[in-house]
Design a protein. Structure first.
Length: 175
């Protein structure tokens, strides 16, 4: 019963709306004595075309900016690489020009300093003095673990404290 009443009210409301719309249509008929309203049309395709053109221009601008940044980065990386190569070449030339300077290869253990760290300055000097030079600077060092042969061959397990880490100079710049 309530549903029938609601349906009737809905129909009545629709009739009122249609009658108001018809009345509004009648009153909106053009008056022949009145001036025509100015033409205000909206060009949907023109607006869509302008929007697409602006979007494409923005995307092209972003790509050009990215390209410029990549080109600048590549140019700066090239300059940095060239300057690094030049510095390394200059350093190598300076070492060669030093009188009585040689790079000596060998194997000299670095003794432990009082703080427990390897002292490779002493090892470089010892390596250079063994070749007839007065002083030396370490150029290349190696760190390794020394263990008994049976442990290295896997014949037995290492006992605590049996293996030790050693550091030695393999190349030194001697004068």
């Amino acid at each position: 019963m309530l549903a029938h009443f609601a349906g009737a009210c809905l129909c009545a409301g629709m009739l009122v709306l249609f009658s108001l719309a018809a009345t509004a249509q009648d009153s909106s008929r053009p008056n022949p004595q009145a001036a025509p309203p100015p033409a205000q049309t909206f060009d949907l395709f023109g607006a869509l075309g302008r929007w697409l053109d602006e979007s494409i221009a923005s995307i092209n601008s972003n790509f050009k900016d990215a390209r410029t940044k990549i080109d600048n980065f590549n140019r700066e990386a090239g300059v940095a690489a060239k300057s690094t190569v030049d510095v390394a070449k200059d350093a190598a030339d300076a070492v060669v020009r030093l009188p009585n300077t040689r790079v000596i290869s060998g194997h000299q253990n670095c003794p432990l300093a009082s703080n427990g760290a390897p002292n490779c300055i002493v090892a470089a000097n010892t390596l250079c003095k063994s070749q007839g030079f007065s002083t030396g600077k370490s150029v290349d060092m190696t760190t390794a673990e020394e263990c008994p042969t049976q442990v290295l061959l896997g014949q037995r397990q290492a006992q605590p404290g049996e293996c030790r880490t050693v550091t030695f100079v393999t190349r030194a710049l001697c004068q």
